[in-house]
Ligand binder design. Structure first.
Ligand code: LLP
Length: 418
């Protein structure tokens, strides 16, 4: 459920007309509903009540400081994959003791920064990283709490680009090799084996891959216990899907119930790293129609948002709902919704039945709150969009629109060219 609804044929975010925000801050524009963000975080976190757990929002999904702060105030932690994400988490006021660090290519600087900050746990993804973490921690006189991110070889049944728990994926350490590598880690002075972690993929619409994974991890935890390694944390990663079109993913309550029924290991603290399920449907991308072009084969609605603002359709051919900001009642036409970028892959939707729009009329690209702004770029020297949060009948700019000056920040012309 979200808080983007029509009142008198006009799209509102909570109690604010979307067109009002667009008029005041311009387009393209990311618009988030505070009530939806809060509701989704609480629904997810609350579903795990009764078991010791920590909800670590996956920061790559939406990294805006205001949004992170909202989750911090709800007791949330964070899943980071870079020094930059750690910086954001700390700036948003996140407790270091609630931060876990995943990623196949952690830099030494990132390891040092995280050790200095005192994060909860490193989810290590290769034997070389185990040795590097031990070395860095040793130099700093610290002991690093760590888990091995296990690759359980479970098919998440999602888009191949976002599946991560299969043998052919670059992520984690093969589950069959994990016991041996845990033994190596346990023998290193500056590491403290604390957890087992995994993340099998994103936009999962079935529970069974999570449960298959959980069963494999439980077996591993028992085996490690027999070898004298005490596991305190079981990190199940993120991955729960949302409805973009007609998908019917399980409700967080069902997901949590299935996990709680299966886990039954009372000494463990469960870590969850949800992302999409919390912010995906809490944000939209608002864009203005620039032109309509009736070509021989197709009709194109050319809008002022593009693949640099929302790359998901171009990259994964993913579906985002397209809705008018004001319902005109005009007879629908079949059209491609495309941006101004010089690439044929620059589309937001293909062959959709939409109301025709006059130049200047607004359109909403739905379900854009996850992997939307956070994956945006400056391609074609387009300043990145503005981000706005609505709360009740007010709205707040949470990231200013970039300027042309921002585009060239840090660039320099060497003397020999002057
Ligand atoms: N934990 C780890 C270690 C991850 O790599 C990810 C996402 C998550 C948690 C959060 O997963 P979620 O709950 O959002 O499914 N850009 C793609 C998705 C890439 C997923 C990357 N990892 C997209 O737009 O669909």
């Amino acid at each position: 459920m979200h808080h983007f609804n029509y009142i008198d044929k006009e799209l509102y975010c909570e109690q604010v007309p979307v067109s009002k925000v667009a008029r005041e801050v311009g387009t393209p524009l990311y618009l988030y509903s505070h009530a939806t963000l809060l509701r989704h975080f609480r629904a997810f976190d609350g579903a795990f009540s009764g078991v010791k757990h920590l909800t670590c929002f996956s920061i790559k999904v939406n990294s805006n400081l205001a949004i992170l702060r909202l989750f911090v105030r709800e007791g949330g932690g964070g899943d980071i994959v870079s020094g930059g994400e750690l910086y954001r988490a700390l700036k948003a006021g996140m407790e270091p003791g609630k931060i876990v660090y995943s990623g196949v290519g952690k830099r030494v600087e990132g390891l040092e920064y995280a050790l200095k900050s005192g994060i909860l746990m490193f989810n290590v993804e290769s034997i070389q990283e185990i040795l590097k973490l031990n070395e860095v921690a040793g130099k700093m006189g610290k002991k690093a709490r760590m888990a091995i991110r296990v690759n359980p070889d479970v098919d998440p049944k999602t888009h191949p680009y976002i599946s991560t728990g299969l043998k052919e994926n670059k992520f984690g350490i093969d589950i069959s090799e994990a016991p041996e590598q845990y033994t190596v880690a346990a023998g290193l002075k500056n590491l403290k084996v604390s957890g087992v972690s995994c993340h099998i993929g994103s936009q999962l619409t079935e529970i069974s891959p999570f449960i298959d994974t959980l069963r494999k991890l439980k077996k591993l935890i028992r085996r490690l216990g027999q070898s004298g390694m005490q596991i305190d944390y079981l990190d199940l990663g993120g991955g729960l899907g949302i409805t973009y079109d007609r998908e019917e993913p399980p409700h967080p309550k069902e997901y949590a119930r299935a996990i709680k029924e299966e886990i039954k290991m009372e000494d463990l603290t469960l870590i969850l790293e949800p992302g999409r399920v919390i912010t995906g449907n809490a944000g939209i991308l608002v864009t203005k129609v620039l032109y309509t072009k009736h070509a021989t084969e197709k009709t194109f609605l050319i809008v002022d948002a593009a693949m640099n603002d929302l790359i998901r359709p171009s990259l994964y051919n993913s579906y985002h709902g397209i809705q008018p900001v004001k319902i005109s009642g005009r007879e629908k036409i079949k059209a491609d919704i495309v941006g101004p970028i010089c690439e044929s892959a620059d589309f937001l939707a293909k062959e959709r039945y939409v109301e025709p729009h006059e130049p200047g009329e607004l359109m909403a690209i739905m379900s854009a709150g996850a992997y939307g702004f956070s994956m945006s770029s400056n391609y074609n020297s387009r300043p990145r969009a503005c981000e706005v949060m609505v709360k009740g009948d007010r709205f707040y700019i949470i990231r200013k629109r970039e300027t042309f000056k921002d585009l060239v920040k840090g660039e320099m012309i060497p003397d020999f060219l002057s």
